[in-house]
Design a protein around this ligand. Sequence first.
Ligand code: ADP
Length: 307
Amino acid sequence: MVSKITVVAPSSTANLGPGFDVFGLAVNAFYDEITLTKKKAKGVSIVTEDDIPTNPDKNTAGLVVKNMIKKFKINDGIEIIIKKNIPAGYGMGSSAASAAAAAFAFDKLYKLKLDGNALVGFAGIGEKASAGSIHYDNVAASILGGFVIVKTDPLEIIKIDPPANLRMCIAVPKLKVPKKKTKVSRGVIPKKISLTSSITNLSNATVIVVGFMKKDPDLIGKSIKDVIVEPARKHMIPGFSKVKENALKAGALGVTISGAGPSVIAFSKSSGDLKKISLAMSKGFKSAKIDCQTIICKPSIGAKIKK
Ligand code: ADP
């Protein structure tokens, strides 16, 4: 009988500009590692050396496991060991990767054979522990890999394999982020938007989907334009306008905030000058006296068992 399993799940970028709460892309920049072990004593415990909550109700992985234990009437207790590699609170889907790995691992440990939509449904609940509300864009990308579109009511995830030559450069600024950053940055988004803005974003979002279907990084890149959320959030990222301008000048196909930020993501092709783009982004942050880490990466295939 299997009593223990280890799963890794990748970082992800949500929104891709106009696809707020709908688009996600798994990126191979960082991976979280989760080990679930069945225990005789009931209850969920969390073991980690990282600076995240160890109360299961406040930890995204803990919340997922608690929910799944209840739903599937499991009689064991479970220990969750979390090794974080994805920086938490930087818009790289860190809290989501833990939730994604936990749902994926639980399914395998108890041989539940849940489909992708069900796994994403359980993982999404985990986001309540960090963002304050359920959202599926990051967890869907982290579990399934590639580019995902979240359709709700009922939940259905559409996955599209990205172009083989799509590349990204992510700049993670060394800023202090608030504990409930996603909640804070959701609070600045306008409650009402104009029809014109909605048409612009809808048009760009649609072309992004077509770009993924046609495996065309240029089409994707030039449609990474968001006139609703980015303008409302960019003031929270010192140097953002310069970072974006520099990256575009250096040849990036499109640039936007990664998820709720403060990381900034630039899209390119394998033939593109990614080193030039990463340097340009660093210089942009430097202009606001901020250091950053830049990572050149590509789409990830999603969560997997660590052998
Ligand atoms: P991110 O974009 O990295 O997901 P969030 O702001 O959504 O950023 O989440 C980070 C917050 O979630 C932090 O306050 C962190 O303490 C909390 N959190 C709870 N559980 C986890 C977890 N397993 N991994 C990372 N962060 C977690």
